[in-house]
Design a protein around this ligand. Sequence first.
Ligand code: AMP
Length: 626
Amino acid sequence: MALLQIAEPDLSGNPHQHNIAIGIDLGTTNSLVATVRSGEATVLVNHDGCKLIPSIVNYGKETQIGSQAATLRSTDPSNTIVSVKRFMGRSFADLDTTIRYPYKFVNSSGLIQIDTAQGVKNPVEVSADILRYLRNMAVEALGEEPTGVVITVPAYFDDAQRQATRQAGELAGLNVLRLLNEPTAAAIAYGLDSKNEGTFLVYDLGGGTLDVSILSLTKGVFEVLAVGGDTHLGGDDFDHRLSCYIMEKAGLSQLNDEDSAILLINAKKIKEQLSQSEKASFSVVLSTKRLVNFVITRTEYENLVRHLVQKTLLPVKKALRDAKLDKDQIDEVIMVGGSTRMLLVRQMVGELFGREPLTSINPDEVVAIGASIQADVLVGNKKDDWLLLDVTPLSLGVETMGGLVEKIIPRNSTLPIARAQDFTTYKDGQTAMTVHVVQGERELVKDCRSLAKFTLRGIPQMVAGQARIRITYQIDADGLLSVSAKEMMTGVTSSIEVKPSFGLSDEQIGAMLQESISNANHDMQVRLYQEAVVDAQALIDSVEKALYLDADLLTEEELSQINNAIMKLKITLAKAPDDYAQLTNKIKQQTDDLNQISSNFANRRMDKAIHHALSGRDINEVADKI
Ligand code: AMP
């Protein structure tokens, strides 16, 4: 998502110097690191010759990472952290309580932490340990410290998740050049970026999840049009289906845990074999001494799992609908994830789109390869002008009455972007308006960051609420924000340019997001209170003005009823808020009362105004004007 970048100017280096850059696919289950050598992207191996590094960290006596940590999963589960990616940038309240985790979570001011034998660890630290391992792997393989790294993230990652990933990279001592969306990385690996135009669908079927993304490439800029998938559908479901079938065929029922695991492992093995051969078999002795011999053909297996593949096509169709695209408008379909090695998956996805999906690059490696190609460009080894779309890290808004923030551009909007909204005046005869530009997720101006202020003058005198002032926020591809305010009747305009995010460090952005999560409830109550105060004050102002002009239209009793209602409301408004919700309800109730009590008065004033407008005029002349 984002933005138009391009080789970082300060990293372009001299033309003869080759900078080492790496791309990291920081996966939920496994991670990979790749680099471009002599123009070729290659996935690096560790000292055991492995490319796929399990994203697992054990904090027992020593810190173990990767396959060594994986072996400790069953013996030391409470200190062995798996799938930490699911916790990145998430608050404690986001934890899925239906899952039974083997570790002890700690709620640290709303953030997730895990208690281990080596002390409390947060998801950023755990990810940093995995990234440090991958960095060391790269240093060992390349004999040099990398100049910079590109780390991939799912397209659906929000700003907090992206920030957490970036922080993990920095904590691991890496120079994070950019975070790249996983589907975009896959498209880059297939060289689709060189096409300049196109719409691509990335179908990523791993062990446990399906991710579907639709990307559009316009003038070299990738943009995510839609994301979707199923967080509970992947290769594991195929293993389960096959192992149930094996039990059925072998006449087995009620297996113990150990035998269930044995069958599942064998089912997975033969499932993978069937991607290469027409037939697969295994022979195993269960703990009950029962011998199981099993043979299956690819056709038999495919008939067994066809409904699962069919199920994966539902999120694909939904993503197409979300992107408002027809399947014929997809130029290429890219296959990512180990389960796309299944021939039936390739065939059924191919049939849906009427074209062969791209499968020539190893589906486990394609994301890391794309990341390394991007990193190579960013450190200046390739002089292409590459554009990547970026997003706004925090919302941008404008101050409205009562010190409230009206968000104009929500955070995570893809750049470049322009959004306009109409505002109006608060007081009768108001001829100027201050536009206060703020950044942040909180509801009150005082809790957000003030970016700029300017004044629009020359608004023609009108009654409150009649003027229309259009405020436009525009962020260009480089992140430069310009704000303009235009009075729509006269066209008078005033504007300002601001740099929105560059003044903020990642820590500040992270802290602001964190605050917005922990204060969301309180902020909303304060916002509702302020809105009620503004509405009440506006009603008091207008009724008092009407009384000043037309009190003679009321009887003594009516006048005193209205004055009483105003007085009661003023007393309530003057109260310091203790319980915001309670006070808001009271203000709203009393505002409604005043509205009701003064409604007859408003009607009489209207009649008087009409009478005044009509008096002494020819009825035909008036009719002409209507
Ligand atoms: P990933 O999460 O992308 O690493 O994918 C892991 C899933 O891919 C597991 O369910 C594997 O069983 C599956 N997988 C790996 N290789 C094959 C293969 N040759 N045929 C079918 N599925 C495979």
